[in-house]
Write a protein that binds this ligand. Structure first.
Ligand code: ADP
Ligand code: MG
Length: 252
């Protein structure tokens, strides 16, 4: 039997994500809200891109669309060279399983599982053996500095630690695309900084394309690129100076 056709192009062949003139609206009762209005963007492989914008401007909706969780009303989304509009629900689910990781503001951990079990769980769906899953999970937890606390449940962890477990869970899948929706907004400054550093390292060290939506200004100088969103469109697109250059400039 021949192997199923790959759902995505290999890494390094064009942008990781591409949206062309996408529009999305919601209707509740008689009220129609147009959230995205002909938005286009292209996200490069292996970069940490930040999307900022006021609350309600459509950031979470955009992430849900780019990760294949929500369909567009019109326009086209290409992820890893694959036109998401051509995939049925089952193929979309498989695409998300194989290629994407997600980190949420509220961590989304299972209360009854310890950190190691949280990270192992999705690996079983990927078809890894118990031993492989354990190996990958311990490696990912180590990368986010959670080895000493890997047998604790969410109730015994701080917010920052919970978010590190959630990142390890996403990272252990070795995703091509990592989506993070306001990953630091429930955290204090110090813990937020740790999370930002980890996301940065994931993009640098693993070549993962990291797309993070946040209005946290601390994230800006760690991002390779910052896109500002307003009224359902991208208003600005810039590449901020890294913190090292900024401090050198300040002392020169
Ligand atoms: N499933 C939905 N049904 C109806 N309205 C929605 C839905 N999801 C989002 N919206 C509306 O779309 C707008 C953008 O929401 P969202 O993408 O969550 O913005 P942000 O993440 O920037 O705060 C808001 O007005 C929100 O109420
Ligand atoms: Mg949101």
């Amino acid at each position: 039997m021949s192997a199923p056709a790959p759902l995505a192009a290999p890494r390094g062949t064009g942008p990781a994500l591409c949206a062309e003139a996408i529009s999305k609206g919601f209707t509740s009762g008689k009220l129609r809200t147009q959230v995205l209005d002909g938005l286009s963007l292209s996200i490069d492989t292996g970069e940490l891109t930040l999307i900022s914008g006021p609350s309600g401007c459509g950031k979470s909706t955009l992430l849900a669309i780019l990760s294949g969780l929500q369909p567009v009303d019109s326009g086209c989304v290409t992820a890893l060279g694959c036109d998401l509009g051509t995939l049925d629900d089952q193929a979309l689910e498989r695409f998300r399983l194989l290629h994407t990781g997600f980190v949420f503001q509220g961590f989304n951990l299972f209360p009854a599982l310890d950190a190691l079990e949280q990270v192992e769980l999705p690996l079983h769906y990927l078809g890894l053996s118990r031993r492989q899953a354990r190996e990958r999970a311990t490696q990912s937890l180590d990368e986010v500095g959670m080895t000493p606390r890997m047998h604790l449940r969410p109730g015994e962890l701080s917010g920052g630690e919970k978010q590190r477990v959630a990142i390890a869970r996403a990272l252990a899948k070795h995703p091509d695309l990592l989506f993070a929706d306001e990953p630091t907004s429930a955290l204090d400054a110090a813990n937020g900084q740790v999370i930002i550093d980890i996301l940065h390292r994931i993009a640098r060290g693993h070549g993962t394309t990291v797309l993070c939506v946040s209005h946290d200004p601390r994230l800006v100088h760690h991002a390779d690129r910052v896109l500002s969103m307003e009224d359902g469109r991208i208003l600005s697109d810039r590449r901020p100076a890294p913190p090292a250059l900024l401090s050198r400039g300040a002392t020169a």
